[in-house]
Design a protein around this ligand. Sequence first.
Ligand code: ADP
Ligand code: MG
Length: 241
Amino acid sequence: MIELKNLSCSYENRTVLQNISLQIPEHISILGPNGSGKSTLAKAICQLIEYQGTIELDAKNIATYNAKQRAKKIAYIPTKLEFYDEFLSLEEFVLLGRFPHKQSFIDYDESDRNIAKCHIDMFSLSKLATHPLRSLSSGEMALGLIAQALTQESSIIIFDEPTANLDPKNAQIIAHHIKQLKQTHQTILITHDLHLAHFIDNPVLFLKEKQAHYFEKNFFNDATLSSLYDVSIQSLAVQYA
Ligand code: ADP
Ligand code: MG
């Protein structure tokens, strides 16, 4: 369970999120215009940036967890990898998900390799296992990122715009995986994809102008969406069902 207490985030004196307090439910979708602070909130939760206020994980200040303890609890899946070793193979990349459970990078054993392989197979990536990351398509890489996060075996998974670079078919595959993962993991879904958010059907935290607006339900109606996004939205189509 994650709880935000008077959380504020700023970059160079520009405040992006101001004084947000919220007990995050088991599953949540975080929506809001570009630049409203969605990734900033995820990075604060993962201790990747500085902030004011407190974030609690299981009733304990998350800043008191060390990186490996935190990684056993939370996996963050970025939209795409900005920096990586381009010669790393997909299977080596997925295996890195075991690192929080290990003393060093040379510690991986048979059971770690089996856990990684199981998730490579789960996403039908076995034919690509030995391929270098740089040779993968956006859709294959998106699946590889999820495979690595599952290999990490954390209880909470944060998806940051998981369908942003995907064609409709891969977006649909990812949507169904996320929905299924709700049965075994706590999920935080950051997205602009209203069809995806509608399909995943989590309560919504809408970020806008430094503030957070929480919708337990009744978010996906044209009037609410049009008012929040400041553009006319009509008859949200159900794309992923
Ligand atoms: P979102 O994910 O909702 O699109 P972000 O959380 O990435 O938005 O960014 C929120 C605001 O903070 C944006 O205006 C962005 O330009 C700014 N920002 C994000 N990261 C940095 C950074 N490292 N340094 C300065 N400003 C940043
Ligand atoms: Mg973002």
